[in-house]
Ligand binder design. Sequence first.
Ligand SMILES: *Cc1c(COP(=O)(O)O)cnc(C)c1O
Length: 301
Amino acid sequence: MFFNIFNAAVDNINNELLQQKNITLSVLRLDKIHPVVSGNKLFKLQFFLTDALESAHQTILTFGGAFSNHLVATAFATRELGLKSIGIVRGEAANELSHTLQQCMAYGMQLHFISREAYREKDSEASLSGYEKKFGSHIMIPEGGYHPSGAKGAALIASLFERNWYTHIATATGTATTAAGLLSSCGKEKIMLIPVLKNMHDVEDRLRFLCGDHYHKEQITILDQYHFGGYAKYNASLLQFMNSIWQQYHIPTDFVYTGKMLYAIFDQIMQDCFEPGSRILCLHTGGLQGNNSLPAGSLLF
Ligand SMILES: *Cc1c(COP(=O)(O)O)cnc(C)c1O
């Protein structure tokens, strides 16, 4: 890995409920890797960065919305490695740029805003050759690292915990690239996916695209009822839950991904969906910078 990932640690959560049910719950703190660009994103970037460093094109071009953890991670990683980065951003530039986009610019990313309509067509042949003309030759990273290379990078996350010790590994799911990485690198653990988008019905197709032969349907469980209304939607009970996790265990979570993932796992434990003796590892995939877009005072941390 290009980045020091040894700040990542496993925190064990202990409470009466878990003791009662004879379940152990641990959190792999990928958020500790770096204060802003933490979590799964640096892993997903690994092999794209290698390609860029080895190729003649020292430029990376990628995509994201105004609050994209992927954009800011790409901006940071490319700057660290002396590469150029271009971010194609969904929607017109607001008068005041989001905190995320300001960070991207601070890390030297060149931002290029396109309409939502144009963004929908961003992966078409015509769009791609347009970028080539406009920005010159480059390595392109699909939005969120959604590509087998991204999954191969995410597979490196498994080097941070012991194989087959846990019975379940849980992760918040956006593009499913992180889950695909787990599937291709883990042993017998059940992989639990918590989609943060509403109506995400194509998870299995995505996994097949991302990890081909490594994809076995029996190994995954999709918990699709914890999106809280859709991407980046939230309510008071989610925020309250996040605050209580902070108060009890000193674990900060984000409202887009990791808050929903942990909420789901606690809810499933309360509903007796895990057998006694289960050992659950939750990936804290980072993303804390996203909390900057909440109204001030929403969170205790
Ligand atoms: C992007 C992101 C995810 C989703 O990962 P995918 O590989 O796209 O499924 C989960 N958690 C956080 C904090 C993220 O930023």
